[in-house]
Design a protein around this ligand. Structure first.
Ligand SMILES: Nc1ncnc2c1ncn2[C@@H]1O[C@H](COP(=O)(O)OP(=O)(O)OP(=O)(O)O)[C@@H](O)[C@H]1O
Length: 388
């Protein structure tokens, strides 16, 4: 080896900066680098182990390794060879990722969890619940938060399309690696049904599926997990409350929806499950007139405010109206093209409203307020306002 050729330590250090695109950890830490060979002429061979042979990320990993190794002084050429982990190596990786936790443990339900979990619910379909979920998640990711979306809307899993994701998740043993888009980790019930066919999921099956998505998906260390719930706040909202007792609900409505009816229904469920309702988002609130400053109340007005007011009464705690999102054709077009509006145009009115909600939900301090503790305070005892 000539004096100027790079050391294999330097190559190793460069490889330690390469993150696996799905797991988000250095490939060296994941034991994915099988061999490094540095030749006298400065050319470097790296053998990388993929978790599965058909890994959809193979080109991306190759490119990342190539880029990183080329930054090392003295490197003249890089050759990346891909191989596949043996069953034992995969099992060891699975073990490592689980961090010694027992199987079927839901990390978000553990006492020390700092992840805020929000179920996004609506009284009926088509009000823009999925669009709101996707845009909130993308806005949170843009502000530097680690975000996951679990699309549990079995009647219309539109979330992957709205994120532009068209590939299934990779599986390492029993662990499911969520695809990422716009900085968000995404899992959808739609990724597990053949040809995206609607499935008749029944209560217990849905409960098990949700449990599996919460426990077997490698979510990593999330700040926020958003769940797109099926419309109608039914079984799945109850399952979520059981599986993650500290989860909270965000309600999406249009101004048109029979406000009292939706509020009663959602309120009854939330009161039963003791879930906190963080607020109401009124979507399709108005159509900005293309010729003047007027707002056209296409779907009526006041629905969001009425739901918030009604829920405040029913639940006995303040349920604010967090935003009024106008109708914006680009929100739908962006959804169809896999580009959330907050990414395409972060400063338009609809995006501003969405970003306000994202900021509020993403940066709330996670005190005891609104968390289900299943405790009743003793007479004369007033509970502390904050946990910390
Ligand atoms: N503010 C908005 N402006 C324009 N189009 C919107 C807006 N919000 C949602 N849409 C469009 O309305 C349609 C329904 O929205 P979306 O799929 O998000 O609703 P949903 O409540 O999740 O429905 P479901 O529960 O039935 O899946 C989509 O085509 C979406 O792009």
């Amino acid at each position: 080896m000539s004096a100027s050729s790079p050391s294999s330590d330097a190559i190793q250090a460069a490889l330690a900066t390469v993150l696996d695109p799905e797991i988000g950890r250095p490939i060296t830490e994941l034991d994915m680098v099988e061999a490094i060979q540095v030749r006298g002429d400065g050319s470097v061979d790296v053998v990388v182990l993929l978790t599965v042979s058909g890994c959809p990320m193979r080109d991306e990993i190759t490119a990342r390794v190539d880029r990183a190794v080329r930054t090392v002084d003295g490197v003249t050429a890089v050759r990346v060879t891909l191989s596949v982990m043996t069953a034992e190596q995969r099992a060891a990786l699975h073990e490592k990722l689980r961090g010694g936790a027992a199987p079927r443990v839901i990390p978000f339900a553990q006492p020390g969890s700092l992840t805020r979990v929000y179920g996004v619910a609506s009284g009926k379909g088509g009000v823009g619940k999925s669009s709101v979920t996707v845009n909130l998640a993308a806005a949170m990711a843009r502000s530097g938060l680690k975000v996951g979306v679990l699309d549990a809307d079995i009647y219309g899993h539109s979330v992957p399309r709205m994120f532009g994701i068209d590939r299934p998740p990779t599986q390492v043993e029993k662990m499911i690696m969520p695809p990422q888009a716009h900085g968000v980790r995404v899992i959808s019930t739609g990724m597990f049904t053949k040809g995206n066919q609607p499935v008749t999921w029944r209560g217990p099956m849905l409960h098990r599926a949700l449990e599996q998505f919460l426990s077997d998906v490698f979510w990593g260390d999330l700040d926020v997990l958003l769940l797109d719930l099926p419309p109608g706040t039914g079984d799945i909202a109850i399952s979520l409350a059981q599986l993650v007792p500290s989860s909270e609900l965000l309600l999406v409505t249009t101004p048109q929806v029979a406000a009292t009816e939706v509020a009663e229904r959602a309120g009854t469920i939330a009161a039963q499950t003791r879930q906190n309702v963080v607020g109401v988002v009124e979507n399709m609130a108005y159509l900005p007139c293309p010729h003047c400053d007027e707002r056209i109340d296409l779907f009526g007005s006041g629905g969001g405010g009425a739901v918030a007011e009604r829920l405040t009464k029913v639940l006995g705690h303040d349920v604010p109206l967090l935003a009024q999102i106008p109708i914006d054709v680009r929100l739908r077009e962006g959804g169809d093209a896999g580009m959330p509006l907050v990414v395409i145009d972060p400063d338009c009115e609809a995006s501003k409203q969405l970003r306000t909600v994202a900021d509020r939900l993403g940066h709330r301090s996670r005190g005891l307020a609104g968390r289900s503790l299943n405790l009743s305070p003793a007479k004369g005892f007033s509970a502390p306002k904050h946990a910390h």
